[in-house]
Structure formats: structure tokens, C-alpha cells
Design a protein around this ligand. Structure first.
Ligand SMILES: N[C@](CCCC[B-](O)(O)O)(CCN1CCC(O)CC1)C(=O)O
Ligand SMILES: [Mn+2]
Ligand SMILES: [Mn+2]
Ligand SMILES: [Mn+2]
Length: 312
């Protein structure tokens, strides 16, 4: 295995400063060294730089549209390059609006892909359904073919084309879904495992069903091969008692063990092709221990993606 790390210190997809420090905190906790200890080759491509948008007036409710569009165009090109260098891409956020560029760039390199979205939230608001105007609550709608007519072309987003089919997406960890998002998920028939299903089935069964669901698709679609998996992991999927330093914490989340099991299972498929680890916000921790616990969990989730197993 080899990992290509891209840092995306970006926060304009939401309104709480600090999430731009996520990449450095995760690196400082020893991600590269610990990946190398697993026998994983690592190339760190460093942090992207995002120019300040002086004039970025809100568009209705939508905030920082131009900044988010420009950042994701850069990120898309970066992730595509990492994939073309043959690595499993590791995108360190930054807020979850960055999944727009990460998934777009991944798809530009590999074509059709599956998306496993681990998150307390569905992040599938459209620009017209969002309550908050924060684009970190909308990335999935920008990526889905089926929602193309629901997302207007926005400034600095003309580069973006939808690249994911709704049937190739699975959500795990949902527990704070807006009414419009729920409607969209039902209308499109998107596969979801809310925290109720995690409780009901257990995480092992959730992962079996996730992988069966995603591979079943390849018998009906033209390409016989199983699609590469893009894992987009929002640290707020994990219970705030374990990962409190994040922008939109929601009680009743995944345990540390469930969170790590998800990555171990996906690693074993051999299909994991790119990982996002987003929404770590050191300023949202009340104590240094809060931050340490959140960052440490983020690192362990990433190590699970690259073959770390708890049996040693
Ligand atoms: N769905 C929310 C939260 C998005 C979280 C993005 B993330 O990347 O962290 O997954 C709005 C959440 N909602 C706002 C009103 C409150 O009363 C309840 C929560 C939104 O802002 O769209
Ligand atoms: Mn998210
Ligand atoms: Mn979230
Ligand atoms: Mn968030």
C-alpha cells in the first residue's frame, strides 16, 4: 500500500474558525510515521494554499461560494494527481465541503466510484434546501448526477460536473438529517445506515450489507469490475465523548471501536482508493485532552484504512 497525503486547510464551507488547523494537528500526531510503521509507503504532498477571496458576497443564504468553488477546483486537481501517481489518496480537512473536490478529482482519475459517507449528517442539502447556507452541509448534492437540475451553476464552480450515481453511495452514522435531506434520500432511494440501524444490526452487519450493496451494483452495470471506494469520513460521526473537537457535534455517535471497525472492514475489501478525514476543529475542544482525543481518533481511523488491525 502507499498513501498520498494532501492537506486542505480550509474552513469556508462553514462558519467556525479552527477547522483549517486540522491537517497540521493530524500530521503533528504522527500520521506519516505511524503509516510507515505499518509498512505503508507515504508521500506527503503538503498543504494546498487557498487565496483569500476579498469579494465573496453571500448569494442568498449561500456563504463563501467563490472561495469554496476555487478551493475545490484546486483540490480536485491535487487529488487527481495523487491518484495518477498510484497512491491511495488521503485528504486531510478542513471542512466537509472539500469532499466536492476530493471526490471529483478521484473520479477524474479512476472513473466511476462508490462512496461510503460516514457522518452524523447527510450533507445532501441543495443550495435551495439548506437552512444555514454552509456548503459543508451540501457537498453530496453537488456530486450526484440525479441532483444536477437542483444545483445551479455557481461562481467558481463551472469546472464541476456531477460524477457519482445515487445508487453508488452508502451513508453510515446518520443521526441529524434535515427534513429536506430526508426527502431527497428517500426520493433517490439512497442506501443509509442511521445510528438506529447501527444499534439494530451491529457494525459488522452494517459493513457486510454496505459491501454487498456496493458490489451487487456491478452485476447490473456495464463495468463488471467492482468500483473503487471513496471513503469520506466526517469525524463528527464518532460520538462527541470520543471526538468532541468538531464543528457540529451530535450525541449518540459511533464508538471508537465501531468507527475503527468501519475502516478495518473497508481496508480488507482491497477497494479503498481515497479517504477524506474532515471536520477536526482544535478550537472546538474545551480542553487540550478534548483535542488530543479527537486528533488521535482521526489518526487511528486513517491507520485502519491502511491495514492497522487491533490484534497487532
Ligand atoms: N445539515 C446542517 C448541518 C451540516 C453539517 C455538515 B457536516 O460536514 O458537519 O456534516 C444543519 C444542521 N441543522 C441546523 C439546524 C439545527 O436546529 C439542527 C441541525 C446544514 O448546515 O446543512
Ligand atoms: Mn460532513
Ligand atoms: Mn457531520
Ligand atoms: Mn461539520
Amino acid at each position: 500500500r502507499s498513501a498520498g497525503i494532501v492537506g486542505a486547510p480550509f474552513c469556508k464551507g462553514q462558519s467556525r474558525g479552527g477547522v483549517e488547523d486540522g491537517p497540521e494537528r493530524i500530521r503533528a500526531a504522527g500520521l506519516q510515521r505511524r503509516l510507515q510503521q505499518l509498512g505503508c509507503a507515504v508521500k506527503d504532498y503538503g498543504n494546498l494554499t487557498f487565496e483569500d477571496m476579498s469579494l465573496d458576497e453571500p448569494m442568498g443564504l449561500l456563504k463563501s461560494v467563490r472561495a469554496v468553488g476555487a478551493a475545490n477546483q484546486k483540490l480536485s486537481e491535487a487529488v487527481r494527481a495523487v491518484k495518477e501517481d498510484g497512491h491511495t489518496a488521503v485528504m486531510l480537512g478542513g471542512d466537509h465541503s472539500l469532499a466536492i473536490g476530493s471526490i471529483h478529482g478521484h473520479s477524474a482519475a479512476v472513473g466511476e466510484l462508490s462512496v461510503v459517507w460516514v457522518d452524523a449528517h447527510a450533507d445532501i442539502n441543495t443550495p435551495l434546501t439548506t437552512y444555514t447556507g454552509n456548503i459543508h452541509g451540501q457537498p453530496v448534492s453537488y456530486l450526484l448526477h440525479e441532483l444536477r437540475s437542483k444545483v445551479p451553476v455557481l461562481p467558481n464552480f463551472s469546472w464541476l460536473k456531477p460524477c457519482v450515481s445515487a445508487a453508488d453511495v452508502v451513508f453510515i452514522g446518520l443521526r441529524d438529517v434535515d427534513p429536506a435531506e430526508h426527502y431527497i434520500l428517500k426520493m433517490l432511494g439512497v442506501k443509509t445506515f442511521s445510528m438506529s440501524e447501527v444499534d439494530q444490526l451491529g457494525v459488522a452487519r452494517v459493513m457486510e450489507e454496505t459491501c454487498d450493496y456496493l458490489s451487487a451494483r456491478c452485476f447490473v452495470s456495464l463495468n463488471r469490475g467492482k468500483k473503487p471506494i471513496h471513503l469520506s469520513y466526517d469525524i463528527d460521526a464518532i460520538d462527541p465523548s470520543v471526538a468532541p473537537a468538531t464543528g457540529t457535534p451530535v450525541v449518540g455517535g459511533l464508538t471508537y471501536r465501531e468507527g475503527v471497525y468501519i475502516t478495518e472492514h473497508l481496508c480488507q475489501t482491497g477497494l479503498l482508493s481515497a479517504v477524506d478525514l474532515v471536520e477536526v476543529n482544535p478550537l472546538r475542544g474545551q480542553t487540550e485532552e478534548d483535542v488530543r482525543s479527537t486528533v488521535s481518533t482521526a489518526v487511528d481511523l486513517l491507520l485502519g484504512c491502511f491495514g492497522r488491525v487491533r490484534e497487532g
